[in-house]
Design a protein around this ligand. Sequence first.
Ligand SMILES: Nc1ccccc1C(=O)C[C@H](N)C(=O)O
Ligand SMILES: [Zn+2]
Ligand SMILES: [Zn+2]
Length: 207
Amino acid sequence: MTWIDVSQPLDDSITTWPGDTAFRYEIAWPMADSGSVNVGKVTMSLHSGTHIDAPFHFDDAGQRVIDLDPGLYIGPARVIHLPGRERIEATDLDGFDLTGVERLILKTDGWPNKQEFPSHIPELTPSLADRLGDLGIYLIGLDLPSVDAIDSKEMAAHHALARNGVHILEGLVLDHIAPGDYELNAVPLPIVKGDGSPVRALLRSLD
Ligand SMILES: Nc1ccccc1C(=O)C[C@H](N)C(=O)O
Ligand SMILES: [Zn+2]
Ligand SMILES: [Zn+2]
């Protein structure tokens, strides 16, 4: 198949946000006990690895996962390369013609070693969020664990994106992805009250 996996594998070594729930898989009911099957159990933060944020994550009145249209996460997406930046702002998009783009994926290279949770990452600015809104882009994906700085309490980028109707897909693995046009498939689980959801994110080249 031509689908390329751009997700972080979910196993016990996956990193989590400092202080958040670690990922753990266990066989809660082994075949020897159940007599027929192995039954697994997972404990995790909904913000581990490759995942989407529901607005409720940063706004008590915001949408939960079940309220989000799954179609946001399926369809054409443009990947652009913006390496080596401290922050990513509206003017960083000046060189790109993004007419007709609805889903934009930023390859920032800002989290090179996914075995370690980063202490510092590039942050998106509210000016970028406004530009995305003006362009009619409704999904931003990126290779970072957050659209804000790790130590942010205000979550300015999360809020500015939400104000502009831009949904968030974090923690992508894009090392092996060249800039260009792709089909994206990164649908969240139907976690009714979820503030986020892990996704299996896949890209297929359209170029
Ligand atoms: N899990 C956390 C615990 C404490 C503070 C932030 C987070 C986050 O998850 C923020 C990140 N921007 C996220 O959406 O994944
Ligand atoms: Zn998140
Ligand atoms: Zn987030």
